[in-house]
Design a binder for this molecule. Sequence first.
Ligand code: C2E
Ligand code: CA
Ligand code: CA
Length: 939
Amino acid sequence: MTGRDPGEDDRHRADRLAAVVEFSGDAIISSTVDGVITSWNRAAESLFGYSSQEILGRPGILLSPRNRVAETASVMARVRAGEVVEDLDSIRVRKDGTEFPVSVTVAPIRDEAGTVVGVTSIPRDMTERKQAIAAAQRMAAIVENSVDAIIAKTLDGIITSWNPAAERLYGYRSEEIIGKSLFLLVPEDRVAESRTILARISAGQRVERLETSRVRKNGTEFPVSLTVSAILDEHDVVVGVSAIARDVTEQKAAFEAAQRMAAIVENSEDAIIGATLEGIITSWNPAAERMYGYGSEEIIGQPGKLLLPGGRASDMNAILAVNRAGGHVERVEATRVRKDGTTITVSISLSPIRGPDDAIVGISTIARDVTEQQKAAQNARRLTAAADLVHNVMASASFGIALADPNGSCRVVNRSLCDILGYDEAWILAHGLRDFVHPDDLERTLQNRARAIAGTADKNATKGRLVRADGATIWVRLVMVPIPGGDGEPDLLMTQVEDITAEHEAQEALAYHALHDPLTGLYNRAWIMDALEADLRAAKRGGTSVGALLVDLDHFNVVNDSLGHGAGDEVMTCVADRIVAVLNPGDRLGRFGGDSFVILVQDVHDVQDVEQCAGRVSGSIAADLQVQGHRIVPTASIGIAVSTPTCTPESLLRDTDSALSRAKAAGGARWQFFDDAMHAQAVARLTVEDQLRDAISRGEFVVYYQPIVALPDAHVVGHEALVRWEHPTRGLLSPADFLDVAEDSALINAIGAQVLDQVCTLLAQRPDLPGPISVNISAVQLAAPSWLDTVTNTITAHRVDPARLVVEVTETAVLSLTDSALAALESLRGLGVGIHLDDFGTGYSSISVLRDLPVTGVKLDLRFVHDLTTGPSQANALAHGLSGLVNGMHLTGIAEGVETPMQASILRAQGWRLGQGYYFGRPAPMPATDQSPDDDRIA
Ligand code: C2E
Ligand code: CA
Ligand code: CA
């Protein structure tokens, strides 16, 4: 460096300058215009690391980095041209090679003439400044970009800085808030707190953290988390306060949400369980305790596998794998085991639990016990199936079905019901019972319905009538069944409707036929007997009587036989109408088959009433009648009986029957009361019947034998078996005393069987007996289906030659022979049994009977024999004629009842060869042996 004043002062000034340079805080470097360094002060030494000795005389370019060489050259050129370059930011290099930022000022050095002779460079180290600026810039950037509001203020609370986050948080822009009091931001109830904090910071406290609240420009208050710090100067003196404010509305909401969540978890119906990824249980709510039976203290820390049924861990592992991968498992049904070992079905949902860094740290499980639900679901499935079934059944049912709610309106009806009623479904659904139940049945139907709903109805179907759309009345069978509703559903009433109109009509017809006579439409015997029984009871209660009239047309068979059954029917119908016309109300009329009617007169106080009825009836019947061109005057005989308190329907009608017989016997066309005498007879007859039964069982019947002899010499040719009753009190009784009763009661069958058995026993014992034994058979026996078997079995059992047996059948019995009785006689004849026609001559039998029947002989009725000597000569002629007929047909002829030698000689003269009668021998028990000679045989 050189000064323009070379004088003493100049020199002095130059020295002083040199000293200033030498000790300057800045590095001061001089160089020639070519850049060779000529001076280097202490500050330059410390800045660059070169000592003066090392650097003086060397090119200044050493101090610039390579990439700054061009810049340095250009600066040198400008300075050589006289320019001063101030505060140029550049880079320099130290001796150790490190680069550092500088702010350099380069100025020319001129001589006295003003010519540039050198260059002075003053580089200032900018390293610290740069760093401070960078730090300040970074800080500013942080403050600018902070999500937190960062506010600076003085110790008096005057706001000095305000970042964008503060603008967003509080709503004030920085220009409107800076310079204002921070108390603008503080709610009234927080001002004291705020002052306290400022005081503490002023007093030396560095940092204060607190949760408080602040107010926005728009007046809304919000929760805030504040960090308040002291701002210190370089001497650590507190010069201000900075506050970092964070809006914690969300956190607070999140916290409250978490609290609520915790409450929900606590109170949840569902088990909520937390577990680690390894399956160790970390949380366990009360519902889980209830559901699984474990208390939280015993289960937390245990593996969740405890809850799995044996061998199902793999299922859980699969689910855990899903969770570890961040997936959710929604409502999977699984089986779990409770602490007590029972199993439950649970629906579980699993979600991953994420930590703060979003990493999955565990699994939360929500489990709901669906055991009941599952059962309910199964039930629902069953119900659905049942509903389908019901639907199908209804659709295909042949009977009508209606489902109605309790107030009676139909909800569902099936096709068949529509068909039965003739209405379509919509009509039925829109109408009620009243619209199609028959008015007369409505009340009863409603009652039945109420009972069905109440469950008190019996399960039986009821019958009722419905009215069809076409107005026709139909009969239906109704079954009402209450169907319980589901939860909250009302009960339904199912009604089954079956059209039984045809059945009903058939039943009606059947009932009619069962109780009515098809010809006249009158009641039949069954109905009359029932009515009589009821009437007798009523009469007994009322102290009255029932009058019964048995009305029998006289000679009705004449009409039938001569004009045919059609005519007979016509007469019956007409008579029925005539009787009906004269009956009083309450009188009952029935037809008892054949030509008889029964009339019941109720409430009889006086027998006269009944007699008047008989008079009206017989008067009405006895009027002219035209049948098929013939004029007929029908007459009727009437037997009348009036009940006594001990009467039964049967006994009363038997009395009318007796009375009728007497009316008939008296010539008909009259009525006859059943009187006391008749009653006594009837009683006796009943007694006989009872005794007969006993006699049969005790074997009181014995057989007497009367010899049949040859008329010329009276030698025995056979016997007739005649039954006797050895009555225990009345002695030996003849058939006349009991035969009527035995025949009426059919006891004759049993008696006849005993007689035949005794006869066959005798025949078997007495092979020496002359001729056959004749046994009497009544018409009742012949008609009995078992008779033939009885005869053949008895003959076989005793090993009797059938030819030693003759059966005697009366002429009248033969005339009424049935086909089977005829066949029985034929087969007996086929066996060799003889068949004689008894009481011959009394029945006007024709010759054709003798020819057509398997008859082997006849017995001339004893009346002819009696009349031979005392009666009209006509009988004599007839007996003579009959002998000719019998002999002509090669039949055996026996004259019965021969009591005198005269009779015997006349008969022999007339041609009769055999005889029987007291003259030859009375009926008597057969002795064990008989020596009488056996000449002729009769068969
Ligand atoms: P019937 O077949 O005409 O028998 C002859 C009846 O005349 C017998 O009466 C007999 O005792 C009787 N009699 C015989 N000789 C004379 C005589 O010289 N003078 C008179 N006045 N009577 C004589 P009985 O034994 O009282 O039998 C009456 C009727 O009872 C029989 O008439 C016969 O029809 C029937 N009867 C007898 N035994 C039986 C029997 O075992 N079964 C059946 N079904 N009927 C029998
Ligand atoms: Ca006989
Ligand atoms: Ca006879």
